[in-house]
Design a protein around this ligand. Structure first.
Ligand SMILES: NC(=O)C1=CN([C@@H]2O[C@H](COP(=O)(O)OP(=O)(O)OC[C@H]3O[C@@H](n4cnc5c(N)ncnc54)[C@H](O)[C@@H]3O)[C@@H](O)[C@H]2O)C=CC1
Ligand SMILES: O=C(CO)COP(=O)(O)O
Length: 337
């Protein structure tokens, strides 16, 4: 059995190792010569993992046709802004029906669609099996060294979710199935915005109490928004919701957290926004959610997202935004807002 992995970055490498461990033939598609040479020649991916030696049968190439040829599964592990363009290159190369597994967290660059919807908009039902998203609390830095991790295989079709569950599960990666695609994908995207806020608090010098408050109120905010979009409340209390929120808001591995920390340290986002080269999906996700609320749900309150938006896009000062959040009208803790 063969799996095509789109991307040669950190998550692509982490999932390639899982599948290789599970006896699946993997071939990775990349655009970066350095990453491809590292994988093929030096058997590492030094840019992302300084001390990890990869197996020699994990291979990468720039030839997308070779990657797709004979693959039963195609795993999307490029950042969300590249997903549609890569899938459009994949489409003419398909010879048999495949299962596409999304592992990216955020929204389509052009349409702001969820990634499962993006996949369905590129391919017909005769080209692909039901779409699956493999998402949950899973820093690549830990998965690649086989640290115990649990994620969800999310699909509208339980059988396909179970198939992907079996494909990835092993003694260090436990996969649960879930059918609430909307709730899971909004949770996995929204948590990146709250992780930027968590980094900002850290950069400003705040401590554990502040982070716990942010995670708890961030969970309320993302649950209310996700339910508005059609997700189920219970999903936000699972791995793709609070699970991913905790790991991303509390870890120095998180690029979203790191970004927020840098912004908090300088009490300003402009330098960071001008120079950032890393994958920080919370930046764009924040704008997508902010603009959606402004346009479609003007009565909806998303105070954390609004503050992150003002810091990132309107030159708001993080230290002042924190004060604004704390000095809002006092209210009940109810999830209803
Ligand atoms: N890194 C992590 O721990 C996790 C990441 N994810 C998600 O996985 C997705 C990918 O993120 P990372 O691997 O972290 O990003 P990364 O920044 O580590 O790597 C991005 C990769 O995409 C490649 N790339 C860029 N444009 C491309 C194109 N047009 N075609 C093919 N490859 C292209 C780059 O060369 C690089 O290899 C994101 O949506 C992220 O949210 C999900 C769970 C864990
Ligand atoms: O999604 C992740 C862990 O579950 C990775 O988070 P970052 O994109 O912030 O690094």
């Amino acid at each position: 059995m063969k799996a095509a992995i789109l991307g040669t970055g950190s998550w692509a490498t982490g999932l390639a190792r899982v599948l290789n461990d599970n006896g699946v033939e993997v071939l990775m598609y990349g655009v970066d010569d350095r990453e491809i040479d590292d994988i093929n020649i030096r058997h590492c991916n030094y840019k992302y993992f300084k001390n990890v030696k990869l197996e020699e049968n994990i291979r990468a190439t720039k030839n997308l046709a070779d990657v797709i040829d004979g693959a039963s599964y195609i795993i999307i592990t490029v950042p969300t802004q590249f997903v549609r363009s890569v899938l459009e290159q994949v489409k003419p190369l398909l010879k048999t029906k495949v299962t596409i597994i999304n592992a990216a967290k955020g929204f389509d660059m052009n349409t702001n669609m969820r990634i499962s919807d993006t996949i369905r908009s590129v391919f017909t039902n005769s080209e692909i099996n039901p779409v699956v998203s493999l998402i949950g609390p899973s820093h690549a830095e830990e998965v690649v060294i086989r640290m115990l991790t649990a994620v969800c295989a999310v699909s509208l079709d339980e059988k396909t979710a179970q198939d992907v569950q079996k494909l990835f599960s092993n003694d260090y990666l436990r996969v649960y199935t879930l059918t609430d695609e909307i709730g899971a994908e909004y949770g996995a995207a929204y948590k990146n915005v709250i992780a930027v806020a968590s980094g900002i608090l850290k950069g400003l010098g705040y401590g554990d109490n502040s982070r716990a408050a942010l995670i708890t109120r961030g969970l309320v905010e993302m649950t209310r928004y996700g339910m508005l979009k059609g997700g189920k409340a219970e999903t936000f209390f699972g791995l793709t919701g609070v699970g991913d929120l905790i790991v991303t808001c509390s870890s120095e591995h998180s690029r979203n957290f790191q970004a927020g920390k840098e912004i908090g340290l300088s009490d300003n986002a402009s330098d960071f926004m001008a120079g950032n080269q890393k994958t920080v999906e919370g930046i764009r996700t924040c704008k997508v959610i902010h603009d959606d609320i402004l346009k479609n749900y003007p009565e909806f309150e998303a105070p954390i997202t609004n503050c992150v938006y003002e810091v990132l896009y309107e030159n708001g000062k993080p230290s002042e935004k924190v004060k604004e959040l704390m000095n809002r009208t006092l209210k009940s803790e109810s999830i209803k807002g």
